[in-house]
Design a protein around this ligand. Structure first.
Ligand SMILES: C[S@@+](CC[C@H](N)C(=O)[O-])C[C@H]1O[C@@H](n2cnc3c(N)ncnc32)[C@H](O)[C@@H]1O
Length: 283
């Protein structure tokens, strides 16, 4: 496997003086699109919250299971918002393994994530079916217009819309509910909305305290995160009925379908991952 850092020079606009959540997450997943400043924050976070790496991997496994679930329902095109650095198990890899004609538009606001995603698509993807957009997901009209304009997404057919481990990076004042509602309104009937989101609700006390410290570290590093109550996360699905088993701890969501190697480590105490997730279907 090629070291992606050898193939991507530091892209324009990348701030290497401050850590970045996308690159820290890549570090947790064992990727290569991270720098010393990111690894320093990653190590600080791991020291405070030993389970944080596991949490990142549990999240990535949920993403894989969710994409495969969608494919089983006949969804073959995906819009991945806050896609991150495409390390192992990204959406188009998972989808292509099931349906070689599947399509994916990636969107991220972080230049390193975008640059690495583009290299990956050049190396392993198909430009006719895989596109990476550098955009802030809060610019809903622009994101949707550009995603459709790529020709990769057909807006008349159901879409798998992923908002996986990203909405908690949006400030509450930025009206997250309105942003998600606008995406829901654009989706054609039968589309699947996939969300995972950090929460403190019902998390065991030890992990809750640790995660509180991690949130503070994120704040100080310039990457604020906002875990939210279960009912707020549930509201993001609007009137989309949730597929079984509903909005649950990630290690409880269709683990039988895999990948779920890391999730299995939390089988006895799934709430320790601090992440809820689910899929809603547009009526
Ligand atoms: C924790 S990573 C999640 C990556 C991937 N979705 C996953 O679950 O494996 C969060 C990603 O969201 C991106 N992000 C945060 N806020 C964003 C925004 N407003 N618009 C687009 N991307 C954003 C970050 O740059 C980062 O790459």
């Amino acid at each position: 496997m090629k070291d992606r850092r050898e193939t991507v020079s530091v892209p324009e606009g990348v701030d290497l003086d401050h850590p970045n959540a996308a690159r820290v997450y890549d570090y947790f997943l064992g990727g290569t699109a991270n720098w010393a400043i990111d690894r320093m924050l990653g190590d600080q976070l791991s020291a405070v919250v030993p389970i944080i790496r596991t949490g990142a991997r549990v999240n990535r496994e949920f993403l894989g299971r969710a994409v495969r679930y969608c494919l089983r329902q006949g969804i073959t095109q995906f819009l991945d918002l806050g896609s991150g650095v495409p390390t192992v198990g990204n959406v188009h890899e998972v989808a292509d393994a099931v349906d070689p004609d599947s399509r994916c538009v990636y969107v991220d606001r972080e230049p390193v994530a975008v640059a690495h995603a583009r290299v990956l698509i050049e190396d392993d993807g198909d430009p006719e079916r895989h596109v990476v957009l550098h955009e802030d997901l809060r610019n809903v009209n622009e994101v949707w217009k550009r995603a459709v304009a790529t020709g990769v997404l057909d807006p008349s057919r159901p879409v798998g819309l992923l908002m996986v481990s990203v909405l908690h990076f949006l400030d509450p004042q930025e009206q997250v509910s309105e942003v998600v509602a606008q995406y829901r309104s654009f989706l054609p009937s039968g589309s699947h909305l996939i969300i995972s989101h950090a929460t403190f609700d019902a998390v065991p006390e030890q992990e809750r305290q640790q995660f509180q410290q991690a949130v503070e570290l994120y704040h100080h590093s310039g990457n604020p995160a906002f875990p939210r109550p279960r009912e707020v996360i549930a509201d993001y699905f609007g009137d989309f009925p949730l597929v079984e088993p509903g909005l649950v701890w990630l290690p409880e969501w269709h683990v039988e379908d895999g990948p779920a190697k890391t999730s299995a480590l939390l089988a006895g105490r799934p709430a320790a991952c601090c992440f809820l997730g689910g899929i809603g279907v547009k009526p």
